[in-house]
Design a protein around this ligand. Structure first.
Ligand SMILES: C[S@@+](CC[C@H](N)C(=O)[O-])C[C@H]1O[C@@H](n2cnc3c(N)ncnc32)[C@H](O)[C@@H]1O
Length: 526
């Protein structure tokens, strides 16, 4: 999940690692070769540039799947504007959930036996007693639902502040992260919201005015906004701050990925593909299957920078055309942004040169997204109709269509009336082509050992296996062709099992890895 980020105290300078010595091939578009090195580990060193601040660079050749960072969180807490969650484990509540309260602070918990409420837990060590002493729970009585969400949002800020008294060394490590105060202070909407909803809430409504200054609370707000990672698997929903990992810079075609363990949120960052010494280590703070205009807007609003990576700079997005519109005038050309690094850039047909303003492109995409939202997520026929209709104005790989294809490739074989034994040969073929279309794009945008590739390949093996069996049994293909097809299925299953084996136990992807291994075993030797 995308992180937020920051910087602050400078680490002491260690011996320099020269990334300009031939091997270096930074994935970003900037010349980072003169940047100062701050620190090094066996896998990476920390450097600093004017443009991106601190960032990590591979200090040796790394293989795909190498672990580069393993760390417990420095702090975990509820997300921004979240529905109430258990302050022990951060799981959300079902309407049918029994209403338990913490015996001490009276805030809601999932169960008195929650693993996150033991004496050594974050809740017990940090906010439970202060919340009790200041009787903060009483404020819930007069709260609107929106204010309840803001109460939960403020918990993570409070926890970070309370860390100062309980574990000063860890608090200092938090302060190593950059809150980008100068940048954020220039955004009145953001700064004033934090002032009212977090800073004043904690100081004035909750009664911590003596303990914490406005400035330090704003700094913690910034540290969280810029550096936090979303963690947890449904029903757990949380944000966490991790040492080291926050230094990974963003790239829209990242070369690292991460997982967090189900209960502890222990973080593991791995390389997604081979990385050469000197290359910057990157992760994505945005969604991969999103177009450049939207990704850059998200990064600017949430992380306070415009990305200029290779994908963002290329109007075709590395040849995928995942933001391209079809020209309805000439009906031959594709309409692409003239300068994708300018958010206001006009768009132009590559054939007839027809121009479209950025505003009209945004409006069109918003309208289509709204239309899509009106379709039930399990309505296969409705989604197929949407795909057919919008393929007249959007490229087949347009990100809006990709999201529909992604849904459909999972729905075929999973929901009522579309379970695997119920699928016709045409429907199996459809599932196959949806998976192949997606895989082709993901191979460009997020190549390597990525979760998305792993799950798509698992989905793809299903129609391939069934089709091969059916065609052989009906005499349409001979044994040699059957073998060729089964070998392809094995390849997909092996790759899927290898990728998803990295996923933590208890996650759906971990179960898919097991299913892929079982399927391989059942196939035996081909
Ligand atoms: C989590 S921090 C990363 C560490 C940060 N550079 C530091 O020195 O603390 C995220 C911030 O780093 C900068 N950053 C990261 N990736 C970037 C990129 N691709 N382009 C520009 N700035 C980037 C932005 O200021 C962003 O808000």
């Amino acid at each position: 999940m995308p992180p937020h980020h920051k910087k602050k105290k400078h680490k002491k300078q260690t011996q320099s690692f020269d990334i300009s010595k031939g091997k270096a091939d930074t994935s970003s578009e900037w010349d980072l070769s003169h940047d100062v090195q701050l620190e090094a580990t066996t896998s990476y060193c920390i450097k600093r540039s004017e443009l991106v601040g601190r960032y990590l660079v591979a200090s040796r050749d790394l293989k795909a799947g190498d672990v580069i960072i393993e760390t417990p969180p420095l702090m975990v807490g509820p997300c921004a504007e979240t529905e109430p969650v258990c302050l022990g484990c951060h799981s959300t509540f079902q309407p049918s959930s029994v209403f338990y309260k913490c015996e001490s602070c009276n805030w809601r918990i999932c169960s008195p036996n929650c693993h996150g409420l033991v004496a050594s837990s974050t809740h017990s060590q940090l906010e439970c007693i202060p919340l009790r002493d200041k009787a903060v729970y009483k404020l819930f009585q007069a709260c609107t639902p929106v204010q309840v969400k803001l109460m939960y949002e403020a918990i993570l800020t409070l926890r970070c502040m309370l860390l100062k008294t309980v574990d000063f060394a860890s608090y200092e490590r938090l302060l190593d992260m950059d809150p980008l105060n100068d940048v954020r202070q220039q955004i009145p909407k953001l700064w004033n919201r934090n002032q009212k909803e977090i800073v004043q809430r904690i100081r004035d409504d909750w009664g911590f005015a003596v303990e914490f200054t406005e400035q330090e609370l704003h700094t913690i707000c910034g540290i969280i906004e810029v550096n936090a990672f979303e963690v947890g698997q449904d029903p757990i929903k949380a944000r966490a701050l991790f040492p080291q990992a926050y230094l990974l810079m963003h790239d829209c075609t990242p070369n690292t990925g991460h997982t967090d363990a189900l209960k502890t949120h222990y973080l593991t960052v791995r390389t997604l593909r081979d990385v050469r010494a000197g290359e910057s280590l990157t992760l994505t703070y945005a969604h991969i299957l999103q177009g450049t205009l939207k990704r850059r807007q998200h990064l600017k609003e949430e992380k306070f920078f415009y990305c200029n990576c290779r994908r963002c700079s290329d109007p075709t997005e590395l040849g995928t055309y995942c933001s391209a519109l079809r020209c309805t005038d000439c009906r031959r050309g594709l309409i692409l942004p003239v300068n994708p690094l300018n958010q206001e850039s006009g768009w132009r047909c590559q054939e007839c040169r027809k121009e479209m303003s950025c505003e009209s492109v945004v409006l069109l995409l918003e309208t289509l997204s709204q239309q899509l939202e009106c379709i039930d997520g399990n309505d296969v026929a409705g989604l197929e109709t949407f795909l057919r209709q919008q393929a007249l104005i959007l490229h087949d790989n347009h990100y809006i269509l990709l999201s529909v294809k992604h849904s459909l490739c999972e729905l075929y074989g999973k929901i009522e009336n579309y379970l695997v034994p119920q699928l016709s040969l045409d429907q199996l073929k459809r599932k196959e082509s949806l998976c192949r279309d997606l895989l082709e794009v993901v191979d460009q945008l997020e190549p390597g050992l990525t979760r998305l590739r792993g799950t798509i390949m698992y989905e793809l093996h299903v129609p391939l296996l069934i089709e091969a069996g059916q065609l052989f049994q009906s005499g349409v293909i001979q044994r040699s062709e059957l073998r060729r097809r089964l070998k392809e299925v094995q390849q997909f299953l092996k790759e899927s099992a290898k990728i998803l084996a990295f996923e933590p136990e208890g996650t759906p992807e971990h179960s898919i890895a097991e299913a892929a291994r079982d399927a391989l075993e059942n196939m035996g030797t081909v």
